[in-house]
Ligand binder design. Sequence first.
Ligand SMILES: C[S@@+](CC[C@H](N)C(=O)[O-])C[C@H]1O[C@@H](n2cnc3c(N)ncnc32)[C@H](O)[C@@H]1O
Length: 348
Amino acid sequence: MDEAKLNDFMGKLVSDMGAAAMLANIIVGEELGLYRAMADSQPVSPEALAGKTGCNARLLREWLSAHAASGYMEHQDGQFRLPEEQALALAIEDSPVYVAGGAVVVASLFHDKDKLVAAMRGNGALAWGDHHPCMFSGTERFFRPGYRAHLVAEWLPALEGVVPKLTAGAKVADVGCGHGASTVIMAQAFPDSRFEGFDCHAPSIDTATQRAQEAGVDERAHFAQFTAKDYPGRDYDLICYFDCLHDMGDPVGAARHALQALKPDGSVLLVEPFANDTLDQNMTPVGRLFYAASTFICTPNSLSQEVGLGLGAQAGEGRLREVFKQAGFSRFRRATETPFNLILEARP
Ligand SMILES: C[S@@+](CC[C@H](N)C(=O)[O-])C[C@H]1O[C@@H](n2cnc3c(N)ncnc32)[C@H](O)[C@@H]1O
């Protein structure tokens, strides 16, 4: 037994337990508006923050101290400050690096622990719709900032000839659209195009419909409950999958359906979690997060559907290319990437 290695590992575990406990504190801070109340990055005492937010000053002192000990806030002379950079991640929902939604996704893993234990002991299946409701709202809030930052500015322009079609007026399917964050963002950017969002989870379709109404794009963005293998239409210019193809039981069947639903010169936009092709190459903080989430979410959802391929969130470009090749697509390439996403393009 190497004592130094043991000490290192215990240090890592204590740090990870602290991180997990901090995620619960982040959710509380978010819900109570504490970060928003500190978003001006001015030093504040627990009592002053209590005055601003109506919360208990003694509990706030503990919450603020946890943030100071975590490096999330600065502390001096009894006052706490949320630096501008931390405010971007925790207080400003419109910022491209806002991550508080991710804490809500992680929370749902704890809520769903017993269901995963049952899946592990059984056939591995845990369907998306059987998660705690905070999975759905957390996913929307976790992914939306990235879509808002990159989808129109970088991802669509990285595809061959797609932006001119969208500008002129194109027909688009957003498959596995969830709460429709990506659909609404595209509909806002391209007023002459029509968008159809499809998802097999009925409550998500209801929320997506509501989001389109709130954004005033419901005339050109419609949502309906269909699976990735049975949605209608044969004349799409663009079919998109945002963080969902690897969740499907039969991604080859889904891609085959897309091939016959696309126009001959249409395109597929495949947005997937960033991953390299092997576990050894994915031993990174992002890989760790995605494998851990995929154990609870993506892989058991795939195992709950027909075929049950179980690609997992770290499928990587090589396996995804194989899916589209098997489905009959002739071209497949990496269009661009971010630290969190691979942006892939498939053409008939
Ligand atoms: C991780 S969520 C992503 C949702 C959304 N695209 C987003 O980026 O916020 C995966 C979505 O895929 C949907 N889904 C999973 N399997 C599906 C299938 N076979 N057909 C249609 N939708 C599916 C789920 O219901 C869920 O809404």
